[in-house]
Write a protein that binds this ligand. Structure first.
Ligand SMILES: [Zn+2]
Ligand SMILES: [Zn+2]
Ligand SMILES: [Zn+2]
Length: 155
């Protein structure tokens, strides 16, 4: 799932897609490699350590360019902010808390892609099935159960 401890040559990965390797793109990929499922705001806070002048608009532009070439995967499962991760093509799936937007990785139970086949393919050759398990995380369940009703979660 994640490649922690694995040093990746991001500039050459970026150039292999035909994009120019910029400090913004490298910093964004390094940040995502260390912290998968980050929102654009979280990315901004991380990338700012290396590039203090970067703006949220630049983060959106940079991360979208990486999504467009397939280096980054955009996860948008509900009304909460989209999250980003390095595209590993490892067929992993996600659990998603509908209330706070938290996303975690889960291994595919089936093992190989596509792990499901549709009833009707409409003539398409299917290679992947994205599985998202939606629910409520324990933090959000605890907040809902709080006896004094002091919760920052609205449903
Ligand atoms: Zn939650
Ligand atoms: Zn993931
Ligand atoms: Zn699967």
């Amino acid at each position: 799932m994640s490649q922690t401890g694995h040093i990746i040559n991001w500039p050459s990965r970026i150039r292999a897609t035909g994009l120019r390797s910029t400090r913004q793109r490298v910093a964004t990929l390094e940040s995502l490699a260390g912290r998968p499922h980050a929102t654009a705001d979280e990315l901004l806070n991380q990338v700012r350590h290396a590039l203090p002048a970067i703006t949220i608009q630049s983060i959106y532009t940079v991360v979208q360019s990486l999504v467009d070439v397939g280096l980054v995967r955009k996860l948008e499962f509900g009304p909460t902010a989209a999250r980003f991760e390095i595209q590993h093509f490892d067929n992993h799936h996600h659990v998603h808390c509908r209330l706070c937007g938290r996303i975690e990785d889960v291994a595919c139970q089936h093992g190989s892609a596509p792990c499901m086949t549709p009833v009707e393919t409409h003539g398409m050759v299917i290679d992947t099935a994205d599985v998202v398990y939606h629910g409520t995380c324990t933090d959000c369940l605890d907040a809902l159960d709080a006896p004094d009703g002091d919760t920052h979660v609205s449903v």
